[in-house]
Ligand binder design. Structure first.
Ligand SMILES: Nc1ncnc2c1ncn2[C@@H]1O[C@H](COP(=O)(O)OP(=O)(O)OP(=O)(O)O)[C@@H](O)[C@H]1O
Ligand SMILES: [Mg+2]
Length: 244
């Protein structure tokens, strides 16, 4: 199908959202109203009508499955070059960035990603006399604190003890947990203007699906990667927010 035909399948509001491509665009619309379809058509439109190169486009969504579906849809519309559009979750975008530049923020060249079980095991190793179940409970608190970019309550001695040991162990070994994939990426871009500039130069267009689910850290990462000339489009449905 040609681009004209793809545009013809859209309703007027969707078509308008596809064709606005300067500055920034925030689209809020209801469940199943075609938000994801707007993003994939926008990507195809930018490539075939605006001369944007596929690798200059970054699309971010919240699950690996949604990434795969979007990538397949883009490839359907523009052909093989659709493979070069970067479609990732915030976390996997962070990992991509940190695999390239992580050593600038103290990561090991082959850093490991700790999942929740690895992290609890790390704490249990450091505190062999403490109750494992309780450690796991404290780890969940640490994880929430990091996602929110907060610090542990200074009155909670045990939480503070685990938090500081955990953070220093990750730092010493140069490895990351889930929250760090975003936090270290923010840190990297804030401390290294040259890396930030390279990212800004590469991505001319950034699209975020399910924007209502992004947390503070993800929002701040987005703020770092959007350059002065980047077109940014975020679509979401505030009724479906996981933070409601
Ligand atoms: N203009 C249209 N004509 C025909 N089908 C459409 C149109 N817009 C969307 N659809 C179809 O409706 C379904 C929902 O679209 P889409 O997934 O883009 O919506 P969404 O707003 O992203 O949904 P969600 O809120 O679940 O994320 C899809 O199967 C899509 O192909
Ligand atoms: Mg959708």
């Amino acid at each position: 199908m040609s681009m004209d035909n793809y545009l013809r399948t859209l309703n007027p509001q969707q078509r308008e959202a596809v064709m606005i491509n300067d500055g920034s665009l925030l689209v809020f619309a209801g469940a199943g109203s075609g938000k994801t379809r707007v993003i994939t058509t926008k990507i195809a439109y930018a490539i075939s009508e605006l001369g944007v190169r596929p690798w200059q486009i970054l699309a971010v969504t919240f699950t690996n499955r949604a990434c795969k579906e979007m990538q397949d849809r883009v490839i359907d519309m523009v052909g093989d070059e659709g493979q070069s559009v970067m479609i990732r979750t915030f976390h996997s975008f962070g990992v991509w960035l940190l695999r390239k530049y992580g050593q600038l923020v103290g990561l090991d060249a082959n850093f490991k990603i700790y999942d929740d079980d690895d992290s609890v095991a790390l704490l249990c190793q450091a505190f062999p006399d403490d109750n494992k179940k309780e450690i796991a409970g404290y780890y969940r608190k640490i994880s929430v604190i990091k996602d929110r970019m907060e610090k542990p309550n200074p009155l909670d001695d045990r939480l503070c003890k685990y938090y500081s040991k955990y953070q220093s162990m990750l730092q010493r070994t140069g490895n990351v947990d889930f929250a760090d994939m975003i936090l270290k990426s923010i840190d990297l871009l804030r401390r290294n203007p040259d890396v930030k500039e390279q990212v800004h130069k590469r991505f001319k267009m950034i699209l975020v699906d399910e924007y209502q689910d992004s947390n503070k850290a993800q929002f701040l990462l987005l703020k770092e990667i959007v350059g002065p000339d980047t077109f940014i489009c975020a679509v979401g449905d505030d009724d479906q927010s996981i933070y409601r």
